[in-house]
Write a protein that binds this ligand. Structure first.
Ligand code: PPS
Length: 344
């Protein structure tokens, strides 16, 4: 968005609209409908992808279409996460960091695009926004730098993302217990909207421990990106939500260096790093007009941007999970992560 303003963003999107390919979508939908399926957190059944992860039909199809159609560039940056793990925050930090020259973050950042557009409108998901509704968007028309997002596990990323040298992935993971609570709360809002009873937490936790959570099993997802980070740290950068909360400025510096835009000493001296942190903080973002009044169109509905902001703290699980259930999840995590170098 070089000399661009907020207003030009939808224009870029319109330019990239591309074509539709109902046959391709139908082909993958047929394939998914033949996969084993089970009950999930929401109203939608979870299908088991042949690479071992679970999701409802529309995002799996979207991931398959993205795999078939997306052409990566060396300058692309992909935000990868499990849902409810820090996606909204990382999208904001990435956008604010990369565009800090055209869109200054200091002096209140009154005209910053994040005031007008939700993070999910500025950086879109492959499987929930770009490759949905039979669309095959012409993303080649978008100028550099392009940023996209996905919840898909590393094993099922669009092959071009993995194969293109230079294309980078930023992964954020979160404590499984906080991830579960955040996901359960979000899913229940949609259950109620669909006229269903909210799912008791005990049931959600059972499904979670069995690996039956969106894009889960949780542990396979985290280990997949952790392994990719260890194998090629210049390709995949690994963040933890809890560490970001402890020292957000340090993690913004890591992010900036990773994407090739380190903060200069002049920027450090004038407080640009702290300004990025402040702009993207939970409190600041929750109060923005884009959050309070904005909506994001996802494949499962039009979602108020405010629904991506609940509490934004570490350890809220303690207010919901029984000590037994917490111990059980911790034990699974310790077992699954054993020997990986990932600390529980
Ligand atoms: S989604 O739907 O997958 O994009 O959700 P995601 O953004 O991954 O996760 C939502 C949780 O992140 C919290 N959140 C934040 N934390 C810190 N800083 C910022 N800026 C921020 N924005 C969102 C949000 O409140 C959800 O966590 P919970 O625990 O539910 O509050």
């Amino acid at each position: 968005m070089s000399s661009s303003s907020v207003q030009t963003f939808p224009k870029q999107e319109a330019d990239a609209e591309g074509e539709t390919n109902p046959e391709l979508y139908q082909h993958f939908a047929n394939l998914v409908s033949s996969l084993p399926s089970s009950k999930g957190l929401s109203n939608n059944r979870l299908y088991r992808h042949d690479r071992g992860w679970h999701c409802s039909v529309v995002p799996i199809v979207g991931a398959m279409v993205a795999d078939a159609c997306f052409n990566s560039r060396p300058s692309d940056i992909i935000v990868a996460t499990l849902p409810k793990s820090g996606t909204t925050w990382m999208k904001s930090l990435l956008y604010a960091t990369v565009h800090r020259r055209e869109h200054p973050v200091d002096d209140g950042a009154a005209g910053h695009p994040l005031n007008s557009w939700g993070p999910h409108q500025l950086i879109k998901f492959f499987e929930y926004q770009l490759y949905t509704g039979d669309k095959v968007p012409d993303l080649d028309k978008l100028p550099d730098p392009r940023h996209f997002a996905t919840h898909v596990p590393f094993v099922s990323l669009p092959r071009s993302v993995v194969a293109t040298p230079g294309c980078k992935i930023v992964y954020v993971c979160r404590d499984p217990k906080d991830h579960l609570i955040s996901q359960w709360d979000f899913a229940n809002k949609f259950r109620v909207k669909d006229g269903l009873e909210p799912l008791p937490l005990e049931d959600a936790a059972e499904l979670f421990c069995a690996g039956l959570s969106p894009f889960g099993p949780y542990w396979d997802h985290v280990l997949g990106y952790w392994g990719a980070h260890r194998a090629d740290p210049d390709k995949v950068l690994f963040f933890r939500y809890e560490e970001m909360q402890r020292d957000p400025a340090a993690h913004v510096r890591r992010l900036a260096e990773f994407v090739g835009l380190p903060f200069s000493s002049g920027e450090e001296d004038s407080g640009v790093v702290d300004a990025v942190v402040a702009l993207c903080s939970f409190e600041r973002m929750r109060g923005m007009a884009a959050t309070k009044g904005g909506r994001t169109e996802l494949s499962f509905g039009v979602v108020p941007n405010s629904s991506f902001f609940r509490q934004g703290v570490v350890g809220d699980w303690v207010n919901h999970l029984s000590p037994e259930m917490a111990r059980r999840i911790d034990a699974i995590t310790a077992d699954k992560f054993k020997g990986s170098g990932l600390l529980v």
